[in-house]
Design a protein around this ligand. Structure first.
Ligand code: APR
Length: 230
């Protein structure tokens, strides 16, 4: 059985990483246009670099939760029959042990050089405009995909989605494309679709099954069932 799992901010909420659109979410305190668009970066690079520096420090101070660990445990059992596609820019999936993983919206733990295009691993701040370790230019930005930019790994993701037997969506509101369109693509190619979320979302096409609750509870329970059914 081939499984594709799409995750969003909700899977990291119980680790203490804020989501975007929930009460107290990131987009309550910041205008998307100001901090998540190339135009916003051009208009006020310091504001944007400070915003992501703060998020990078926040993520470094938290740990993966039961939901991240359950997906890593599932990968240990079914190996490359599982692909995790995350919209999250935190590294909690990796720290929980996931390896078959695509960060379609980039990673806080990487910088992107606007001059040479290199994507060095990065754990410090960017607001002081440090030089790029490859070309030496001081044009590093967070390696996060902003609105209007092309997400990463689309070909690999689409190949996996059309070939999967089960498509699972965890902790995402389904508000942002192309991620929000994968349930329809998976269903169109005959996959069974499952949503694990705090509340049901208004998805492009209805899921075959919806389980509501906190990811830290519903994901381990679902993983146990998948492993038991093998
Ligand atoms: N367990 C399960 N689901 C949860 C939990 C939890 N503990 N807490 C919140 N949720 C659910 C919410 O009900 C909501 O449906 O997670 C979802 C979070 O939705 P968003 O905040 O919209 O985050 P996400 O879907 O990941 O956003 C998609 O939008 O802003 C851009 O690039 C950014 O990757 C992001 C994309």
């Amino acid at each position: 059985m081939r499984i594709v799992v799409l995750t969003g901010a909700g899977i990291s909420a119980e680790s203490g990483v804020p989501t975007f659109r929930d009460a107290g979410g990131l987009w309550e305190g910041h205008r998307v246009e100001d901090v998540a668009t190339p135009e916003g970066f051009e208009a006020d690079p310091e504001l944007v670099l400070r915003f992501y520096d703060e998020r990078r420090r926040g993520v470094a101070s938290v740990v993966p939760n039961e939901a991240h660990r359950a997906l890593a445990a599932l990968e240990d059992v079914i190996r490359d029959h599982l692909l995790v596609v995350t919209q999250n820019v935190d590294d909690l999936h990796e720290r929980a042990g996931s390896r078959n993983l695509v960060h379609m919206h980039g990673e806080l733990r990487r910088a992107l050089c606007a001059v040479c295009g290199s994507r060095p691993e990065w754990t410090g701040d960017l607001v002081d405009r440090p030089p790029c370790p490859v070309c030496g230019e001081r044009m590093l930005r967070p390696d996060v995909v902003w609105f209007g930019e092309m997400p990463y790994g689309l070909d690999r993701i689409e190949q996996a989605v059309v070939a999967c037997d089960v498509f699972v969506s965890i902790g995402t509101s389904g508000a942002v494309y192309p991620a929000a369109g994968y349930v329809a693509l998976a269903a169109a190619f005959g996959a069974r679709t499952v949503e694990l979320n705090l509340e049901p979302t208004d998805a492009a096409v209805p899921f075959d099954e919806v389980r509501t609750g906190r990811a830290g509870e519903v994901v381990p329970a679902w993983v146990d069932e998948v492993i038991a059914a093998r």
